[in-house]
Design a protein around this ligand. Structure first.
Ligand SMILES: Cc1ncc(COP(=O)(O)O)c(C=O)c1O
Length: 371
């Protein structure tokens, strides 16, 4: 059977995945080695230490989980929550609602802190809810809400969670590698991310980080973790000293992630963060000039995901995105949930975040909108 020669060339400026460098692609193509090969654990040691730097944490249990960002989210919730636990989740976008959905499936009593999509959640909202609840197990929120382009400040929420004896869970999917996450400073006890956005690797791995405090909660569980694959205790027996077989880890993705982390350290984390800022500014300034304005609250806009309001005179926004993709090879994203048809989501993440890509997109958009 003939194979279709996919993919066509693409510049990924959507909400993820983003482009990877040629060196990352090359790394992906190396020969696989076995899941118990000592060299694999040397590689894992490097990955774990690189991820600690990106997360801004000294948490020992920081590693690349097999699976995408959702695997990270699910693994954190399934290990930390037991049926009947009281959980407080901040929701001001699409991904917050997923935390709620998973927590409910696990039998938690969920209190939702509701915010307007496109604005941050205020610590006072959490304070009010926490005051009225007797024993809260976990407070969760999204650091970088990919559906709205909002950067949620974490520190005050982390402090409130701890003051009320709760664990603090952070979704860092669209922030890790693109802006400082500073888990330890924010008081986060667990966090998850994904490799395909700002980290610079392909999809398939979910970096997670778990504090000692969170481990205490895991050790104090009354029942077994209902999901075998993502049970942290079983995973720890593989990733840590015992190296007991758990599953066949995706070693080629490890090679790619290691190369992406090496490139991040070569560039310097601060330089990488400021590149994201500068490229995002170049994009939003350029969009402003053609009458396309930001959607998210001023002062809290992500440098990695630029949510912009679709101009009123655009009749068919999907047709614009299709033309960008098929005529120019440029991918941007549409809105999620009730923002569908109202906003575009333009990613400036990882290797995609370059002035060249942004200037190409601006030129292509201008040409499409004026024709
Ligand atoms: C904030 C946030 N959380 C979770 C996810 C889920 O990640 P994945 O699609 O890699 O499973 C995404 C994906 O876009 C995201 O943006």
């Amino acid at each position: 059977m003939p194979y279709t020669p996919l993919p066509s060339p693409r510049i990924l400026l959507g909400p993820g995945p983003s482009c990877v460098t040629p060196r990352v692609l090359e790394a992906l193509g190396r020969e696989p080695i076995g899941y118990l090969d000592p060299e694999l654990f040397t590689l894992l040691g490097e990955l774990r230490s690189g991820l600690r730097k990106l997360f801004g944490t000294s948490n020992d249990f920081t590693l690349p989980l097999t699976g995408t960002g959702m695997a990270g989210m699910e693994s954190c919730l399934v290990n930390l929550i037991e049926p009947g636990d009281s959980v407080v989740i901040g929701v001001a976008g699409f991904f917050g609602t997923r935390m709620v959905e998973i927590s409910r499936r696990l039998g938690a009593e969920v209190t939702v802190i509701e915010g307007e999509w496109g604005r941050i959640l205020e610590p006072e909202q959490f304070e009010k809810a926490l005051k009225n609840l007797s024993k809260v197990k976990l407070v969760g929120c999204v650091h970088a809400e990919t559906s709205t382009g909002i950067k949620q400040p974490l520190k005050a929420i982390g402090k409130l969670a701890h003051d009320h004896g709760a664990l603090f869970l952070v979704d860092a999917v669209t922030s890790l590698g693109g802006l400082p996450v500073n888990l330890d400073d924010a008081g986060a006890d667990a966090a998850y991310s994904a490799t395909q956005k700002c980290v610079g690797a392909p999809p398939g791995l979910a970096p997670i980080s778990v504090s000692d405090r969170a481990w205490k909660a895991v050790d104090a569980r009354k029942g077994a973790v209902p999901n075998w694959y993502y049970d942290w205790k079983l995973l720890r027996a593989y990733f840590d000293d015992a190296h007991l077989y758990h599953h066949t880890v995706p070693v080629n993705l490890y090679y790619a992630l290691n190369q992406a982390l090496a490139e991040t350290m070569e560039e310097g984390m601060e330089n990488r963060f400021s590149r994201h800022e500068q490229v995002s500014k170049l994009l939003t300034d350029g969009l402003n000039e053609i009458g396309i304005y930001p959607f998210a609250q001023e002062g809290y806009r992500l440098p990695t995901l630029n949510a912009v309001i679709i101009p009123a005179d655009v009749q068919d926004e999907m047709a614009v995105r299709k033309r960008l993709l098929f005529e120019y090879g440029l991918e941007i994203g549409g809105g999620l949930g009730h923002l569908k048809g109202k906003i575009w989501r333009i990613g400036t993440m990882g290797a995609s975040a370059t002035p060249r890509n942004v200037l190409l997109l601006l030129a292509a958009l201008k040409s499409i909108l004026h024709n």
